[in-house]
Write a new protein. Structure first.
Length: 273
Protein backbone atom coordinates (compact mmCIF):
# COMPACT_ATOMS: atom_id res chain seq x y z
CA UNK A 1 0.00 0.00 0.00
CA UNK A 2 1.31 3.45 -0.91
CA UNK A 3 1.84 6.17 1.67
CA UNK A 4 -1.34 8.12 0.88
CA UNK A 5 -3.68 5.38 -0.33
CA UNK A 6 -7.30 6.24 0.42
CA UNK A 7 -6.57 9.91 1.14
CA UNK A 8 -7.91 12.96 -0.65
CA UNK A 9 -5.74 16.05 -1.05
CA UNK A 10 -6.97 19.57 -1.78
CA UNK A 11 -4.34 21.62 -3.62
CA UNK A 12 -4.70 25.26 -4.65
CA UNK A 13 -2.49 26.72 -7.34
CA UNK A 14 -2.49 23.22 -8.81
CA UNK A 15 -2.31 24.08 -12.51
CA UNK A 16 1.48 24.31 -12.68
CA UNK A 17 4.69 24.83 -10.70
CA UNK A 18 4.84 23.62 -7.12
CA UNK A 19 1.12 22.81 -7.04
CA UNK A 20 1.38 20.48 -10.01
CA UNK A 21 4.50 18.84 -8.59
CA UNK A 22 2.72 18.23 -5.27
CA UNK A 23 -0.37 16.84 -7.03
CA UNK A 24 1.60 14.38 -9.12
CA UNK A 25 3.71 13.15 -6.19
CA UNK A 26 0.69 12.57 -3.96
CA UNK A 27 -1.14 10.79 -6.79
CA UNK A 28 1.89 8.50 -7.22
CA UNK A 29 1.58 7.75 -3.50
CA UNK A 30 -2.07 6.75 -3.79
CA UNK A 31 -3.97 10.00 -3.11
CA UNK A 32 -6.89 11.45 -5.03
CA UNK A 33 -6.72 15.18 -5.67
CA UNK A 34 -9.06 18.16 -5.64
CA UNK A 35 -7.09 20.48 -7.93
CA UNK A 36 -8.00 24.18 -7.90
CA UNK A 37 -6.53 27.13 -9.77
CA UNK A 38 -7.71 30.55 -10.87
CA UNK A 39 -6.66 29.92 -14.50
CA UNK A 40 -7.09 33.57 -15.47
CA UNK A 41 -4.92 36.66 -15.89
CA UNK A 42 -4.34 38.89 -12.88
CA UNK A 43 -3.84 42.58 -13.76
CA UNK A 44 -1.65 43.11 -10.70
CA UNK A 45 0.90 40.43 -11.63
CA UNK A 46 3.91 40.97 -13.90
CA UNK A 47 3.97 37.49 -15.44
CA UNK A 48 1.47 35.15 -17.13
CA UNK A 49 -0.88 33.19 -14.90
CA UNK A 50 -1.87 29.56 -15.43
CA UNK A 51 -4.48 28.63 -18.02
CA UNK A 52 -7.33 26.09 -18.12
CA UNK A 53 -5.10 23.96 -20.36
CA UNK A 54 -2.46 23.95 -17.62
CA UNK A 55 -5.02 22.70 -15.11
CA UNK A 56 -6.13 19.98 -17.48
CA UNK A 57 -2.50 18.92 -17.93
CA UNK A 58 -2.18 18.60 -14.16
CA UNK A 59 -5.41 16.59 -14.04
CA UNK A 60 -4.22 14.30 -16.84
CA UNK A 61 -0.97 13.71 -14.96
CA UNK A 62 -2.87 12.78 -11.80
CA UNK A 63 -4.94 10.25 -13.73
CA UNK A 64 -1.83 8.85 -15.42
CA UNK A 65 -0.35 8.25 -11.97
CA UNK A 66 -3.39 6.30 -10.83
CA UNK A 67 -5.25 9.01 -8.93
CA UNK A 68 -8.76 10.32 -9.28
CA UNK A 69 -9.06 14.06 -9.74
CA UNK A 70 -11.74 16.70 -9.30
CA UNK A 71 -10.44 19.82 -11.06
CA UNK A 72 -12.04 23.25 -10.61
CA UNK A 73 -11.40 26.82 -11.68
CA UNK A 74 -11.79 29.11 -8.66
CA UNK A 75 -10.11 32.20 -7.23
CA UNK A 76 -8.89 31.73 -3.66
CA UNK A 77 -9.85 35.36 -2.97
CA UNK A 78 -13.50 34.51 -3.69
CA UNK A 79 -14.61 32.56 -0.63
CA UNK A 80 -18.06 31.52 -1.94
CA UNK A 81 -16.60 30.26 -5.23
CA UNK A 82 -13.83 28.44 -3.40
CA UNK A 83 -16.30 26.89 -0.96
CA UNK A 84 -18.35 25.64 -3.91
CA UNK A 85 -15.32 24.11 -5.63
CA UNK A 86 -14.11 22.41 -2.46
CA UNK A 87 -17.59 21.06 -1.71
CA UNK A 88 -17.86 19.67 -5.24
CA UNK A 89 -14.48 17.98 -4.88
CA UNK A 90 -15.42 16.48 -1.51
CA UNK A 91 -18.68 15.15 -2.94
CA UNK A 92 -16.91 13.62 -5.91
CA UNK A 93 -13.92 12.09 -4.12
CA UNK A 94 -15.36 11.33 -0.71
CA UNK A 95 -13.85 13.65 1.87
CA UNK A 96 -10.60 15.47 2.48
CA UNK A 97 -7.48 14.50 4.41
CA UNK A 98 -4.73 16.80 3.17
CA UNK A 99 -4.84 20.52 2.42
CA UNK A 100 -2.02 22.22 0.53
CA UNK A 101 -2.73 25.96 0.54
CA UNK A 102 -0.23 26.64 -2.22
CA UNK A 103 -1.80 29.33 -4.42
CA UNK A 104 0.11 32.60 -4.42
CA UNK A 105 1.35 35.46 -6.56
CA UNK A 106 4.79 36.98 -6.84
CA UNK A 107 6.19 40.01 -8.60
CA UNK A 108 3.68 42.84 -8.93
CA UNK A 109 2.99 44.52 -12.24
CA UNK A 110 4.47 48.01 -12.64
CA UNK A 111 1.14 49.01 -14.17
CA UNK A 112 -0.65 49.00 -10.79
CA UNK A 113 -0.11 51.41 -7.94
CA UNK A 114 2.02 50.43 -4.97
CA UNK A 115 -1.07 50.49 -2.76
CA UNK A 116 -2.97 48.19 -5.11
CA UNK A 117 0.00 45.84 -5.39
CA UNK A 118 0.17 45.63 -1.60
CA UNK A 119 -3.52 44.74 -1.35
CA UNK A 120 -3.31 42.21 -4.20
CA UNK A 121 -0.47 40.32 -2.51
CA UNK A 122 -2.25 40.14 0.83
CA UNK A 123 -5.55 39.17 -0.79
CA UNK A 124 -4.09 36.17 -2.62
CA UNK A 125 -1.23 35.09 -0.38
CA UNK A 126 -2.86 35.58 3.02
CA UNK A 127 -6.63 35.92 2.66
CA UNK A 128 -6.56 33.17 0.03
CA UNK A 129 -4.84 30.83 2.48
CA UNK A 130 -7.42 31.68 5.14
CA UNK A 131 -10.26 30.99 2.68
CA UNK A 132 -8.74 27.66 1.66
CA UNK A 133 -8.44 26.29 5.18
CA UNK A 134 -11.84 27.61 6.19
CA UNK A 135 -13.36 25.82 3.19
CA UNK A 136 -11.81 22.47 4.10
CA UNK A 137 -11.43 22.32 7.88
CA UNK A 138 -15.10 21.78 8.84
CA UNK A 139 -15.24 18.62 6.75
CA UNK A 140 -11.92 17.39 8.14
CA UNK A 141 -13.20 17.92 11.68
CA UNK A 142 -16.54 16.25 10.98
CA UNK A 143 -14.88 13.21 9.42
CA UNK A 144 -12.92 12.57 12.60
CA UNK A 145 -10.02 10.90 10.81
CA UNK A 146 -7.35 13.56 11.37
CA UNK A 147 -5.29 15.02 8.56
CA UNK A 148 -2.63 17.51 7.63
CA UNK A 149 -2.47 21.07 6.33
CA UNK A 150 0.61 22.59 4.71
CA UNK A 151 0.74 26.27 3.80
CA UNK A 152 3.26 27.47 1.21
CA UNK A 153 5.06 30.49 2.61
CA UNK A 154 8.54 31.66 1.57
CA UNK A 155 12.03 32.09 2.94
CA UNK A 156 11.08 35.77 3.04
CA UNK A 157 8.41 34.78 5.54
CA UNK A 158 11.19 34.00 8.01
CA UNK A 159 13.66 36.77 7.20
CA UNK A 160 11.86 39.86 5.87
CA UNK A 161 14.50 40.14 3.16
CA UNK A 162 13.25 41.63 -0.08
CA UNK A 163 11.22 44.54 1.26
CA UNK A 164 12.05 48.01 -0.01
CA UNK A 165 9.41 50.24 1.56
CA UNK A 166 7.08 50.12 -1.43
CA UNK A 167 3.91 48.15 -1.94
CA UNK A 168 5.45 46.53 -5.00
CA UNK A 169 7.59 44.27 -2.81
CA UNK A 170 6.39 44.84 0.75
CA UNK A 171 3.05 43.16 0.08
CA UNK A 172 4.77 39.87 -0.74
CA UNK A 173 7.18 40.12 2.18
CA UNK A 174 4.33 40.95 4.58
CA UNK A 175 2.01 38.23 3.30
CA UNK A 176 4.42 35.38 3.92
CA UNK A 177 5.06 35.78 7.68
CA UNK A 178 1.35 36.52 8.06
CA UNK A 179 0.54 32.94 7.11
CA UNK A 180 3.03 31.69 9.71
CA UNK A 181 0.83 33.34 12.31
CA UNK A 182 -2.20 31.59 10.85
CA UNK A 183 -0.39 28.24 10.87
CA UNK A 184 0.49 28.59 14.54
CA UNK A 185 -3.05 29.60 15.45
CA UNK A 186 -4.54 26.76 13.41
CA UNK A 187 -2.15 24.23 14.95
CA UNK A 188 -3.80 25.02 18.31
CA UNK A 189 -7.31 25.05 16.83
CA UNK A 190 -7.04 21.73 14.98
CA UNK A 191 -4.77 19.68 17.25
CA UNK A 192 -7.71 18.28 19.28
CA UNK A 193 -8.96 16.80 15.99
CA UNK A 194 -5.57 15.23 15.16
CA UNK A 195 -5.14 17.64 12.26
CA UNK A 196 -1.58 18.94 11.94
CA UNK A 197 -0.75 22.35 10.43
CA UNK A 198 2.69 23.40 9.17
CA UNK A 199 4.24 25.80 6.70
CA UNK A 200 7.00 25.27 4.16
CA UNK A 201 9.41 28.07 3.24
CA UNK A 202 11.20 27.79 -0.11
CA UNK A 203 13.77 30.17 -1.48
CA UNK A 204 13.60 30.79 -5.24
CA UNK A 205 12.00 27.91 -7.14
CA UNK A 206 12.25 27.29 -10.87
CA UNK A 207 8.65 28.06 -11.78
CA UNK A 208 6.97 30.73 -13.88
CA UNK A 209 6.71 32.95 -10.81
CA UNK A 210 10.50 33.34 -10.95
CA UNK A 211 11.46 32.36 -14.50
CA UNK A 212 9.89 35.25 -16.37
CA UNK A 213 11.00 38.40 -18.16
CA UNK A 214 9.90 40.73 -15.36
CA UNK A 215 12.08 39.02 -12.74
CA UNK A 216 14.99 38.62 -15.15
CA UNK A 217 14.93 42.37 -15.79
CA UNK A 218 15.80 42.95 -12.14
CA UNK A 219 19.21 41.44 -12.71
CA UNK A 220 22.09 42.51 -14.92
CA UNK A 221 23.09 39.96 -17.55
CA UNK A 222 21.40 36.94 -15.95
CA UNK A 223 22.63 33.50 -17.03
CA UNK A 224 20.63 32.02 -19.88
CA UNK A 225 17.36 30.63 -18.56
CA UNK A 226 18.13 31.37 -14.91
CA UNK A 227 18.02 34.10 -12.31
CA UNK A 228 21.51 34.59 -10.82
CA UNK A 229 22.45 34.16 -7.16
CA UNK A 230 19.36 34.76 -5.02
CA UNK A 231 21.08 34.56 -1.66
CA UNK A 232 21.24 30.82 -0.97
CA UNK A 233 24.01 29.51 1.24
CA UNK A 234 24.42 26.30 -0.73
CA UNK A 235 25.79 26.67 -4.28
CA UNK A 236 22.46 26.57 -6.10
CA UNK A 237 20.53 29.39 -7.72
CA UNK A 238 17.01 28.00 -7.91
CA UNK A 239 15.46 24.93 -6.34
CA UNK A 240 13.31 22.53 -8.35
CA UNK A 241 9.59 22.23 -7.52
CA UNK A 242 10.26 18.59 -6.66
CA UNK A 243 12.60 19.71 -3.86
CA UNK A 244 9.69 21.44 -2.14
CA UNK A 245 7.36 18.56 -2.92
CA UNK A 246 9.64 16.13 -1.08
CA UNK A 247 9.29 18.20 2.10
CA UNK A 248 5.53 18.60 1.67
CA UNK A 249 5.13 14.88 1.06
CA UNK A 250 6.89 14.18 4.36
CA UNK A 251 4.90 16.78 6.29
CA UNK A 252 1.59 15.21 5.27
CA UNK A 253 2.81 11.64 5.84
CA UNK A 254 2.54 9.44 8.91
CA UNK A 255 6.29 9.91 9.28
CA UNK A 256 5.54 13.45 10.49
CA UNK A 257 2.53 12.46 12.60
CA UNK A 258 3.78 14.44 15.61
CA UNK A 259 4.99 17.49 13.68
CA UNK A 260 2.69 20.50 13.92
CA UNK A 261 3.04 24.27 14.18
CA UNK A 262 6.41 24.12 12.41
CA UNK A 263 7.82 26.58 9.85
CA UNK A 264 10.10 24.38 7.72
CA UNK A 265 12.70 26.11 5.51
CA UNK A 266 13.53 24.32 2.24
CA UNK A 267 15.81 27.08 1.06
CA UNK A 268 19.39 25.92 0.44
CA UNK A 269 20.43 27.91 3.51
CA UNK A 270 18.78 31.21 2.55
CA UNK A 271 17.52 31.86 6.08
CA UNK A 272 20.89 30.90 7.61
CA UNK A 273 22.91 33.31 5.48
Amino acid sequence: MSAHTGKVALITGAARGQGRSHAWRLAEQGADVVAIDVCAPHPGVAYPMASPDDLEETAAGIRARGGRVSAHVADVRDAPALDEAVAAGIDELGGIDIVLANAGIGMASPDVSAAQAFRDQLDVNTVGVWNTVQAAAPTMIEQGRGGAVVVTSSSMGLTGRGGDGTGQSDGYVASKPAVVGLVRAWAHWLAPHSIRVNSVHPSGVATTMVLNDAVAALFTDPPAGEVPDVGNLLPVGLLAPEDITAAVDWLVSDGARYVTGVALPVDAGFTAR
